[in-house]
Design a protein around this ligand. Structure first.
Ligand code: TTP
Ligand code: MG
Length: 376
């Protein structure tokens, strides 16, 4: 049965509600549009029609940082996340360049999550600007879509921001669907149309399929998810190992991805894949410092302390290495993260260029008082 709040939201649907469609799982994925850039445009309306680029150390486009994100207007010039700011400047010299204000973005992110939580469904926050809601109890995709409209309206009215929404029978399909029409889009994929919806999309649209898997699949003549569905699973496993199985099943239209229980946060991490492999020490160092700011902000917002810092590097030849340092005690200070991450990075740099750089804070714990409350 719908909660009283939802009955109020959907008076007209309620009448037909006893004739449930019995649809199984219904998940909604919500992803904010050009999040950091939209938040800046919301608080600086004069930026609204301008190409806007957010990235560390931008120096009006002449700095050494990396683009975090950019407005949709800036995307028309070919600017993308993870591109050096200098390249963004070459593509669009008249763009506005701003450094990220992580604490403000984290605050707005919490406001978004608060709105989503307020509807009373199980929520899984997947990143700073995206979340899943399990709305299976609504019992119908029609009602779920009506509900998604309300979500978009609430976020727009209360925060002045737009988001895109995907609705489907599993996590992966819902996430691919939210990306299908952006910005401010809404895409519903019924269980029986999953295969048909996915077939024309390039394999790279599957979360977790990066450039490497894309190249490996292309070598097998597989470009789209439809090609993947028609492939021989033995051949796929020969190339991709066991990781091929969930991809193959998804391509067949099978997505059972659930959002699981709430669980505690085990680690906080950030990583970026550079647009072009780089061995520029300043770019690597600034980019890592940018991720430290970002991940440390989350640590503070979540009221957590950490003990272990791990830096991850993937080189141009796809070899991936990590190096960790564990402190003698837990802390929430940024200083050790900044200094240890830089020295761990230095230890890993060699003659190879770097394609991916990431940081993780783990061995997390709530400060004593809150931990004690949780343990009660
Ligand atoms: P995304 O949701 O991937 O991107 P977005 O919200 O900016 O744009 P879209 O409309 O396509 O969803 O990421 C959310 C935020 O995370 C983004 O605003 C900035 C940050 N981010 C980085 O800092 N570096 C990156 O490489 C990416 C992809 C995102
Ligand atoms: Mg987004």
């Amino acid at each position: 049965m719908l909660s009283p709040a939802l009955q109020e939201l959907f008076p007209e649907e309620i009448r037909g509600f006893s004739r449930e469609e019995n649809t199984g799982k219904i998940l909604i994925h919500i992803d904010m549009d050009s999040f950091y850039a939209s938040v800046e445009m919301q608080r600086h309306p004069e930026l609204e029609d301008k190409p806007l680029v957010i990235g560390a150390d931008p120096k009006g486009g002449h700095g050494r940082g990396v683009v975090s994100t950019c407005s949709y207007k800036a995307r028309e010039f070919g600017i993308r996340s993870a591109m050096p700011v200098s390249q963004a400047y070459r593509l669009c010299p008249h763009a506005v360049f701003l450094p990220p204000d992580y604490s403000w973005y984290t605050h707005i992110s919490q406001c978004v999550m608060e709105i989503l939580r307020g509807f009373g469904f199980r929520l899984l926050q997947a990143s700073i600007d995206e979340a899943f809601l399990d709305v299976s109890t609504l019992g119908s995709y029609n009602i779920a879509e009506g509900f998604a409209v309300r979500i978009q309206e609430s976020i727009k009215t209360r925060l002045g921001l737009t988001c895109s929404v995907g609705i489907g029978p599993g996590k992966t399909v819902a996430k691919i669907a939210s990306d299908y029409r952006k910005p401010a889009g809404r895409t519903v994929v019924l269980p029986e149309t999953v295969r048909e919806f996915l077939a024309p999309l390039p394999v790279r649209k599957i979360p977790g399929v990066g450039r490497r898997a894309e190249v490996q699949l292309l070598e097998l003549g597989i470009r789209t998810i439809g090609d993947l569905a028609d492939a021989d699973i033995q051949v796929l496993m020969g190339r991709l190992g066991r990781g091929a199985v969930p991809l193959y099943e998804l391509a067949q239209g099978l997505d059972t991805g659930d959002i699981g229980g709430s669980g505690g946060i085990k680690s906080l991490s950030r990583e970026i894949t550079f647009e072009r492999d780089t061995d520029d020490p300043a770019l690597l160092s600034v980019s890592l410092a940018q991720q430290v700011d970002d991940v440390h902000e989350s640590l503070i917002q979540e009221h957590l302390r950490f003990r272990t810092i791990t830096v991850k590097v993937r080189y141009q030849d796809f070899v991936t290495r990590t190096r960790s340092h564990t402190l003698s005690h837990r802390t929430d200070e940024k200083g050790p993260v900044l200094s240890w991450s830089q020295s761990l990075l230095q230890e890993m740099l060699d003659s190879r260029k770097v394609r991916l750089l990431g940081i993780r804070l783990s061995s997390l714990e709530l400060p004593d008082a809150r931990q004690a409350l949780l343990d009660l």
